[in-house]
Design a protein around this ligand. Structure first.
Ligand SMILES: C[S@@+](CC[C@H](N)C(=O)[O-])C[C@H]1O[C@@H](n2cnc3c(N)ncnc32)[C@H](O)[C@@H]1O
Length: 181
């Protein structure tokens, strides 16, 4: 069956992860992506501004016996204070359905975090960005992220889009970035 964007977001990162790799989950939420990264990478740094995300993610990691994660209660725009070099990162933009829906990722901080992550990405490293944009403010964030990614130097990064074309409403889509040099 054809891949859903969310599945491709993981496969794309899995191809470059191993136990020597540092990975970042920029939007921890319930910890689905954190747990996925922790199973493959050496160290994971996971960020969220909501305390509840850290509680939920800690529970999930404990149930899986995963101990290689730094849970950081701070915005992803502070990533440069924790991580100097990384192989992979994932963003799931928007809000966490099971938590406070007024806490959404914002264009300015998302792009600040993405820029810092790309600056610190190893050659061959990859970033997946799942863009959810059906909520208020989501369209603006989508446009800002796409505009930022489109202006990246093509000799340094390859950037690709994977998007459903015939689904109703606002189906989430995936932006994939790889560092070439
Ligand atoms: C769509 S959810 C993430 C879902 C998550 N990846 C999972 O597996 O459950 C978006 C998350 O981003 C968080 N968030 C909002 N602004 C943030 C920021 N500046 N830095 C880090 N996380 C942020 C929200 O609190 C929310 O938990």
């Amino acid at each position: 069956m054809i891949q859903r964007p969310i599945h491709l977001s993981h496969e794309f990162l899995a191809e470059v992860l191993d136990k020597d790799a540092v990975a970042v989950d920029a939007t921890m939420g319930n910890g689905n992506d954190t747990a996925f990264l922790a199973g493959l990478a050496g160290q994971v740094y996971a960020f969220d501004v909501q305390e509840l995300a850290l509680v939920k993610t800690q529970e999930r990691l404990a149930s899986l016996g995963l101990t290689n994660v730094h849970l950081i209660h701070a915005g992803h725009e502070q990533v440069d204070q924790y991580v100097t070099r990384l192989r992979a990162a994932i963003f799931n933009l928007g809000y966490l359905p099971s938590a406070d829906k007024s806490v959404i990722t914002q264009p300015e901080t998302t792009i600040s975090a993405l820029g810092k992550i790309l600056d610190r990405l190893e050659v061959g490293g990859r970033v997946s960005i799942m863009i959810y944009y059906g909520h208020e403010g989501g369209e603006m964030e989508k446009d800002s992220v796409l505009a930022f990614v489109k202006q990246l130097d093509q000799t340094v990064f390859t950037a690709m889009l994977y998007q459903p074309l015939n689904q109703k409403n606002h189906p989430p889509f995936l932006v994939m970035i790889e560092r070439l040099k």
